[in-house]
Write a protein of this length. Structure first.
Length: 673
């Protein structure tokens, strides 16, 4: 690729990804005929889409006051960035887990480039809209400023949330306006085979289902799970609810199902196989009374807490395999095709066995394969309809059931960790759902982090199954009021720890203590990643133009376009986010000609944010070239410098000239920010 001989400026670096521009580009790719003079012609687009477009006034769907503005809010780029907080982090250099303090709407926008289509599981427990404080009053005009006020960072007063009682007239509307833009942004972060899992209670269950259907498509609904908390509400006005709901939705149901969907290991399958082996002892199975052994196995199984699917595996064959008989009848009311009625001959009598009324479940070729493998069970004679033999060893997994029963809170666990937090989600529920819907090196995102249960559960499950899942948690640093009796203990905790009074501090401390406990309880699994990097939402490191009456002063101030007080680390993080690079992407850092230089992706991206004098420009460019050659990147290298870091134009020109001369086609572009 031809090198660019000058150091160029990047455009739009002060804002996050622009969904509107991306959508227009996607439409331009699909329907170039619908664009004229760089504008979209809706009339042409309607013609190209034919009958798919619905121009009628009455449409099926969920509508509410503010929906249009909520959609615009999701499409408005953020002018914020994330600043690294190494002092709050644990194992910064080695961990791939992230904890982000900030308004989750802004954070979701900022993550769009780096994590688009990369998240396997979004697992959230949003506000249930019970009439308590509502802490996400989004400001369309200036969301970053609103966030800073709301968290007490902009002035002493801050902005407190208000109650959202059912009689307010905007009870459901406020909740919908809060959730809608966040779900829109969340969808684009999910991988094609990913899913979103949402806890909710009876107040907004119906609206949540409609919202997810509108954002993700009704065809991608997976189902609704009932979590039986075994603890009825004592102050119920109607039904005494003892359950909450967990709603599952896929980004693409076909891809999600193909990647095992909601399949989990049968919890007691291994124990059943071990018990059967112990009952058989050392003698070959075919030499034993298998009926009697099967009865012993059934008697033992009745003493265990087994699911219905597990309990059915209570027989043993001549090979010592545990199995269950299953009907092979066609499952639908309509009869199967004619070839599904070919009878099976009994192996002893040689006569035809009865065929199910609506035919066999499987086609002839499958039936022949099952017969050859000995997976068809015949009765004592030809008068009994054959069944299929399902071996437990080949069916160790099952689908997640629609009802889970777990106690409703982890108050005791958090008390043990010393964290004052009311009604945290139970770890057992989180582990169950995370283990079922993710694995390997998947990324799990929770942008309503609360006490940090999701992060704790991810670490625990990685230790349990050897996974390397990565978590990303987002939590608003909501200010705690020591005069509020419900927040007094938490505020005192922060005071005693010398930390700011906000909920995010509780989350981080829970993660730290959870890491210590997990490592202590699992000494053999200390290689598991129990650390986390902390980032905090802030305004961009790059100044935006703010014109005053003194144009000369404005121009001089604009010459240095970085916000005062920001560090090289701050700028580096913003650069990674704007370039779409994972915040935990491995980096190699080296000192070259007295400047710190970072290499990402094996040298595909090289960044130097230090000051460059004219005297040192050539030496820096030479040593950078040598290093890039030694790294042998698999693609041309892009090099970034801080524009304000060059002493003068000569320094900038010399760096660009040397890089072009030394790297040639290996240099993609030298850019300044």
């Amino acid at each position: 690729m031809t090198a660019i001989p000058t150091v160029a400026h990047t455009e739009g670096t002060a804002q996050s990804a622009d969904p509107v521009s991306d959508n227009l580009q996607a439409l331009r790719t699909l329907f170039p005929q619908a664009f004229a003079d760089d504008k979209l012609d809706f009339d042409v687009l309607r013609q190209l889409l034919g009958d798919v477009v619905d121009d009628g006034d009455e449409k099926y769907g969920l509508n509410w006051n503010g929906k249009r503005q909520a959609r615009r809010l999701a499409l408005t780029p953020s002018l914020g960035t994330l600043r690294p907080a190494r002092e709050d982090s644990l194992d910064w250099e080695t961990t791939r887990n992230l904890f982000i303090e900030g308004d989750n709407l802004e954070v979701l926008k900022i993550l769009q480039r780096s994590y688009n289509n990369k998240i396997r599981l979004i697992y959230i427990d949003p506000p249930y809209n019970t009439g308590n404080d509502f802490i996400y009053p989004d400001d369309y005009s200036d969301s970053i400023s609103s966030y800073l006020k709301r968290t007490g960072q902009l002035d002493a007063k801050g902005v407190r949330s208000t109650t959202n009682p059912e009689g307010s007239g905007r009870y459901h509307t406020d909740w919908l306006n809060m959730m809608y833009p966040r779900l829109v942004l969340a969808r684009s972060l999910l991988s094609l085979d990913g899913a979103i899992v949402v806890h909710i209670d009876e107040h907004e269950l119906a609206n949540l289902i409609h919202l997810l259907g509108a954002v993700f498509g009704e065809e991608n609904a997976v189902g609704v799970l009932v979590w039986d908390k075994r603890n009825p509400k004592g102050d119920a006005r109607g039904l005494s609810y003892q359950h909450e709901s967990v709603v599952f939705w896929a980004r693409d149901l076909t891809a999600f199902t193909a990647s095992n969907g909601l399949t989990r290991p049968k919890k007691n399958a291994a124990a059943i196989l071990a018990k059967a082996k112990s009952l058989l002892g050392s003698r070959p199975a075919h030499e034993q009374d298998l009926v009697a052994v099967g009865q012993q196995l059934s008697a033992w199984m009745r003493t265990q807490q087994l699911s219905g699917g597990e309990a059915a595996y209570n027989k043993i064959d001549s090979n010592g395999e545990v199995y269950r008989p299953v009907s092979m009848a066609w499952p639908n009311k309509k009869k199967a095709p004619d070839e599904y009625f070919i009878p099976l001959k009994h192996p002893l009598t040689g006569r035809d066995c009865p065929v199910p009324e609506r035919g066999w479940r499987n086609p002839p070729e499958t039936m022949a394969r099952l017969l050859e493998r000995g997976e068809i069970l015949f009765g004592p004679d030809h008068n009994t309809q054959p069944q299929r033999k399902y071996l437990l060893s080949e069916n160790m997994d099952e689908n997640l059931p629609s009802i889970l029963s777990y106690a409703g809170s982890d108050d005791a666990l958090l008390a043990e960790l010393g964290i004052p937090f009311d009604n945290p989600k139970p770890m057992k529920v989180a582990i169950e759902l995370i283990a079922t819907t993710s694995g390997g090196a998947d990324i799990v995102l929770d942008f309503f982090a609360g006490s940090g249960t999701t992060g704790h559960a991810v670490m625990a499950q990685n230790i349990a199954d050897g996974g390397t899942r990565q978590y990303i948690l987002v939590q608003l640093p909501e200010v705690l009021n020591p005069d509020n009796k419900d927040q007094k203990a938490a505020a005192t905790f922060c005071d005693n720890a010398g930390k700011p009074r906000n909920i995010a501090e509780l989350t981080k401390e829970r993660l730290r203590k959870a890491a210590i406990k997990l490592n202590a309880d699992n000494i053999e699994a200390k290689q598991a990643d129990c650390g986390f990097r902390v980032y905090k939402l802030a305004t961009s490191n790059i100044k935006t133009w703010a014109a005053t009456e003194d144009l000369g002063a404005d121009l001089l101030a604009a010459a240095v376009n970085l916000v005062e007080g920001r560090t090289e680390d701050d700028l580096l993080v913003e650069l990674l986010l704007k370039q779409g690079i994972d915040l935990t992407e491995p980096v190699v850092t080296k000192s070259l000609a007295g400047r710190t230089v970072h290499a990402f992706g094996g040298g595909v991206l090289v960044v130097c944010l230090g000051d460059v004098t004219a005297a040192d420009a050539e030496a820096l460019a030479d040593t950078m070239s040598d290093w890039i050659f030694s790294l042998a990147p698999i693609a041309p290298t892009t090099v970034f410098f801080k524009d304000a870091g060059f002493e003068n134009d000569q320094a900038k020109t010399n760096v660009a000239a040397v890089l072009e001369q030394r790297l040639g086609d290996q240099l993609l572009k030298a850019l300044s920010v």
